[in-house]
Design a protein around this ligand. Sequence first.
Ligand code: MG
Length: 177
Amino acid sequence: MSMRIGHGYDSHEFKLGVPLVIGGVKLEHTHGLAGHSDGDVLLHAITDALLGAVAAGDIGTFFPPSDKRWKGADSVIFLEEAMRQIEIAGFRVVNIDMTLILAAPKIVPHAEKLRARVAELLKIIPSCVGIKAKTPEGTGTDNAAIAHAVVLLESIPLETLLEEDEACVCVGEDEDF
Ligand code: MG
């Protein structure tokens, strides 16, 4: 079995009057995050961590901000493409650890919901999803949300791949030519 590690980082500026979406979860707040997509800083960091782990470039490689198709896009689309890339490379997620740095809102009351959503998207259980939130003390970044994500991948066991292959063969054999 081989393993890979990936790190992702992102930051977005707060903007008054737009919805705040972090980790695929909509949070009540006066400000949302500005960006070409829905500004989901955490899903962007996770997407880069996954792509980085299999050396498949970064979020901009697949979804250039110059492309109008991704204006206001749900960032789940980006993460799902990254999951597809790691599966093509023969890997699956073991666990993830994340740190959010933002002045407000408080993340603790929403942490379980965020963990559950990220676990669902990464096809792992919530106990394999770590999330921590820090305030940006002394950094002068109160008007931004910053996210770091570190992800560990393991190669998909050969027997799992063989089972999938056998399932494909059976479908073919059942067909009457
Ligand atoms: Mg971003």
